[in-house]
Design a protein around this ligand. Structure first.
Ligand SMILES: [Zn+2]
Length: 435
């Protein structure tokens, strides 16, 4: 059982218990109530004392590229296409390997566990290595094998990428932590044949489809010129969208696009920090929310953020929406926290299992300290979580009932070894991208 000073459930009634307790049995939450009620009903074998902390659902990062933590700070202050074509794609061609992916994913997993992320959606190469590493670290992942037209480290041709994706799905479907997915990179990096093959593969195995969508104005204009439609409209015309699809970014969308995404039950990942850093624009978050689109929050890869801290993503989602609409009531703290928890679960189609602290859901939860100067005084815990809390304030992280970190002590990863391995690999990466 977890005893909290405050328990923020993120259930439909937005129930907050002060104090509160969460009873866990195996992988599941079996009760959420006041501590004395829980103590009367259950005999706890282990009690996590968080009476001076806030307990909340684990955060859900709906868009990242885990191994890209190895490119953190390698090429900053560039526009998306220049950044991708001059730095990231060449760096990836020279340095992505199963070993690099393992080392990078381990570092990403360490950062996520330490900053309170319990589930993440990923799009990258050698995704089976990411899946194994994620499972060993104890995190939950919706992991997409990339399909891309250009020759990449794990596939010389897109057909090879597809075959790899199919093997990946077969190897991991039914796993308790990993949901294998197909991830065609974007419409500007895949032709229609590849997009349709990706759809066919995903439908055959009932696997999610992940894609980058309408990230930049350039993508929108190219799509209009090539297909006579917006990226969303083009993908609609080839039958891409369905309830198991997740679109990252969705910055340059029309009202009609938003209606398509709503009608098809598409999950959308909003990535405010990446969009701001690459100056891609501001996704119309308030219009998505008004339309009832399943919206989650992501960090994007660490090469464009530059961290995986979902507390930062919450804060920036709120600020960016206010700034872009010149409306200080846009995306209040409550909404930002929803996006990072139950909203992300809905975007991933996993709201029956995760996203809130409710009886019958998986036990994915975190505890956060509130004793720092910047958290004092405390009138409203939700305000503090969004506006002053940082990933470093997370004390305990539990996924699927398993304690991955307790009072900052890692249980599944050797912190020093993970960081040392990343530092050993870094010089080779720097060497590979020297002009
Ligand atoms: Zn991305």
């Amino acid at each position: 059982m977890v005893l909290g000073g405050t328990v923020i459930t993120e259930d439909a009634a937005h129930r907050i218990l002060s104090p509160g307790a969460v009873a866990i049995n195996g992988t599941d939450i079996i009760d959420v109530d006041r501590p004395e009620v829980i103590a009367r009903r259950y005999q706890a074998a282990d009690t996590i004392e968080a009476r001076d902390q806030i307990v909340l659902p684990g955060l859900i990062n709906t868009h990242t590229h885990a191994p890209m933590v190895m490119y953190r700070g390698l090429a900053d202050d560039l526009a998306l296409m220049e950044w991708l074509q001059k730095y990231i794609f060449p760096a990836e061609a020279r340095t992505v390997s199963p070993e690099m992916v393992r080392i990078g994913t381990r570092l990403a997993a360490l950062e996520m566990i330490e900053s309170g992320t319990t589930t993440y959606a990923d799009m990258y190469y050698f995704e089976e290595e990411i899946a194994k590493t994620t499972r060993d670290a104890g995190l939950r992942g919706i992991l997409g094998q990339t399909i891309i037209q250009l020759p990449v480290a794990d596939a010389k041709t897109p057909a090879e990428g597809l075959a790899r994706a199919e093997r990946f799905i077969k190897a991991f479907r039914g796993d308790s932590l990993i949901v294998p997915a197909v991830a065609p990179h974007a419409i500007y990096t895949n032709d229609e044949t590849m997009l349709k093959a990706s759809i066919e593969l995903a439908r055959r195995y009932d696997a999610p489809l992940l894609i980058h969508l309408a990230e930049t104005e350039d993508e929108l204009q190219t799509s209009r010129a090539q297909h006579g439609a917006t990226p969303t409209g083009y993908l609609e015309s080839i039958g891409f969208w369905g309830p198991r699809t997740l679109a990252a970014h969705g910055v340059w969308v029309t009202d009609e696009d938003i209606q398509i995404l709503k009608r098809r039950g598409v999950g959308v990942s909003h990535n405010p920090e990446s969009n701001m850093k690459l100056a891609s624009g501001a996704a119309p978050v308030t219009r998505y929310l008004a339309a009832g689109v399943a919206l989650g929050l992501g960090t994007d890869g660490a090469a464009s953020n530059n961290d995986l801290d979902m507390f930062g993503a919450m804060r920036q989602a709120s600020f960016l929406a206010k700034h872009a609409t010149r409306d200080p009531t846009a995306v209040p703290a409550r909404t930002a926290l929803d996006l990072a928890t139950i909203g992300g679960a809905k975007a991933l189609g996993m709201e029956r299992a995760i996203g809130s602290l409710e009886t019958g859901k998986r036990a994915d939860l975190i505890t956060v300290s509130i004793g720092a100067a910047r958290q004092t005084p405390l009138y409203d815990p939700v305000s503090h979580l969004v506006y002053v809390t940082r990933g470093d304030d997370v004390r305990t992280t539990i996924v699927n009932g398993r304690v991955l970190m307790r009072e900052r002590q890692l249980r599944t990863l050797d912190r020093a070894a993970v960081i040392a391995a990343a530092n050993r690999l870094a010089p080779a990466i720097r060497e590979a991208v020297k002009p």
